[in-house]
Write a protein that binds this ligand. Structure first.
Ligand SMILES: N[C@@H](CCC(=O)N[C@@H](CS)C(=O)NCC(=O)O)C(=O)O
Length: 224
């Protein structure tokens, strides 16, 4: 198998961590988002959407980090994607919730406009408004994550065992490292993220990302 990816990418890191944790033989091919390689014809021929990650398994190609995690977990029979009807439905629910509710506001309105020039709004007023609304709406979702999805008793998003929802969610939440998010108002989120960061393969997979975080550390940002 081969994974087209970028090591700092919010949606590549969960797949890279899953691959490392499961000791999978997957060739990792960097698509250089910084130089626009993902928009060049060669990569667009592989993924017309021009985004990473993208998995290749012989002649089968699969995009979308959530779908890739599910595919890999099923392929190797990983307990991180339980097969029980309701247990699996819960994992699917949390993954959809993360992707469609939290990531939309937190990623695209709070974090990305502050760190990536092509997401920055055209006027200062519009930028301030976007980021303020991004924070407000992210807080709404973080409260749900903290109190209801994780709660005081669970080490992971779907209960006592780690699932692929944790991989996806930790990639999204740690994006906030770039702007200094500490989640001080969300103790269960902090505890869960600490559990994820304690995974043995976390530092190795996040080395390049941590370098990017350090590069952003001198800036001033609106964070949570
Ligand atoms: N929904 C997709 C999102 C993938 C995505 O947006 N990837 C980013 C990197 S984190 C990317 O390739 N961006 C390039 C671009 O938007 O031009 C997934 O979960 O895989």
């Amino acid at each position: 198998m081969k994974l087209y990816m970028h090591p700092v990418s919010t949606t590549s890191r969960p797949v890279l961590l899953f691959i490392a944790d499961h000791g999978l033989e997957v060739e990792e091919q960097v698509v250089d988002l910084m130089t626009g390689e993902h928009m060049q014809p060669a990569y667009r021929a592989i993924n017309p959407s021009g985004i990473v990650p993208m998995l290749e398994d012989d002649d089968f190609r699969l995009g979308e980090s959530s779908a890739i995690l599910k595919y890999l977990a099923d392929k190797v029979g990983s307990p991180t994607y339980p097969t029980g009807l309701r247990e699996r439905a819960r994992v699917n629910e949390v993954m959809d919730w993360l992707n469609t509710n939290l990531y939309r506001e937190y990623g695209y309105n709070l974090v990305y406009p502050q760190i990536f020039p092509h997401y920055k709004r055209r006027t200062a007023e519009s930028q301030d408004e976007t980021v303020a609304v991004g924070e407000e709406r992210s807080r709404r979702w973080l409260e749900v994550l903290d109190r209801h999805i994780i709660g005081p008793d669970s080490p992971f998003l779907c209960g006592q065992q780690i699932t692929i929802a944790d991989y996806l969610g930790a990639g999204i939440l740690t994006l906030g490292d770039t702007i200094g998010c500490t989640f001080a108002d969300y103790p269960n989120v902090q505890r869960w993220l600490a559990n994820m960061r304690a995974l043995p393969n976390w530092p190795k997979v996040h080395g390049v990302f941590d370098g990017m975080v350090a590069a952003f550390s001198a800036g001033t940002y609106r964070a949570i």
